[in-house]
Write a protein that binds this ligand. Structure first.
Ligand SMILES: Nc1nc2c(c(=O)[nH]1)N[C@H]1C(S)=C(S)[C@@H](COP(=O)(O)O)O[C@H]1N2
Ligand SMILES: [Mo]
Length: 197
């Protein structure tokens, strides 16, 4: 059986250079899968923003949206048309007060994983917090109960088990970014590895 395929011409313009399509949904986790239930889940806003803590119910009370997005892992697999449900980043941003000096964001997770992006890359219409995958509660191995999805960047920016955002005036590096991966990670530009090594 063939799991990875070369895209046909009709899909080729959706698959970034050096990527292959997969029909399954591989799990890519560094370390153990945290087990977090929604009753104990909490989400912290820190750094250059009004400090705030959100519960699961707080997130469920925000506007809920459906998303279909392509997913590109830097290890060269891409999955097209992943169906999610959750909260748009732009809707979430209505709930918080960010200092005008903030220009970067660090995503924090249960388990200690971090990943960074600029505020402009974070606050986009196509980014979202996801709690549902293909009409099922987001499985723990895919980041449940809640993950961020940033479709326009390599998937290591899509933090699983997300539990906080830290707003920063300067760029800081997250886990993979400190370990040789690109600070931005745009798949169409093949920003895979850091140029500092
Ligand atoms: N907390 C956390 N988030 C993470 C990771 C991780 O190891 N820990 N791996 C990243 C990487 S490299 C990828 S490709 C995607 C994979 O998501 P998936 O396991 O749902 O396919 O999650 C990203 N988010
Ligand atoms: Mo990845």
């Amino acid at each position: 059986m063939k799991f990875f395929s070369k895209p046909g011409p009709e899909l080729a313009d959706r698959v970034p250079p050096g990527q292959h399509l997969t029909n399954g949904f591989p799990v890519l986790t560094y370390g153990d899968t945290p087990q977090v239930d929604t009753a104990n889940w909490s989400f912290q806003v820190s750094g250059l923003a009004q400090p705030q803590t959100f519960t699961w119910d707080d997130f469920m009370a925000m506007p809920q949206s459906e998303f279909t997005a392509d997913f590109h892992c830097v290890t060269t697999w891409s999955k097209l048309d992943v169906k999610w449900r959750g909260v748009k980043v732009t809707d979430f941003m209505q709930q918080i007060e960010v200092d005008p000096k903030a220009a970067h964001v660090m995503e924090h997770c249960y388990g200690g994983y971090t990943t960074n992006l600029s505020l402009a890359e974070f606050v986009r219409d196509d980014n979202f917090f996801a709690h549902t995958l293909f009409d099922q509660p987001l499985p723990a191995e895919h980041g449940g109960p809640m993950r961020l999805v940033v479709p326009h960047l390599y998937a290591w920016k899509s933090a699983k088990w997300i539990n906080g955002l830290e707003f920063l005036d300067q760029q800081a590096l997250g886990f993979w970014e400190r370990n040789g991966y690109h600070r931005r990670g745009e798949p169409w530009a093949e920003e895979r590895y850091s140029d500092r090594f």
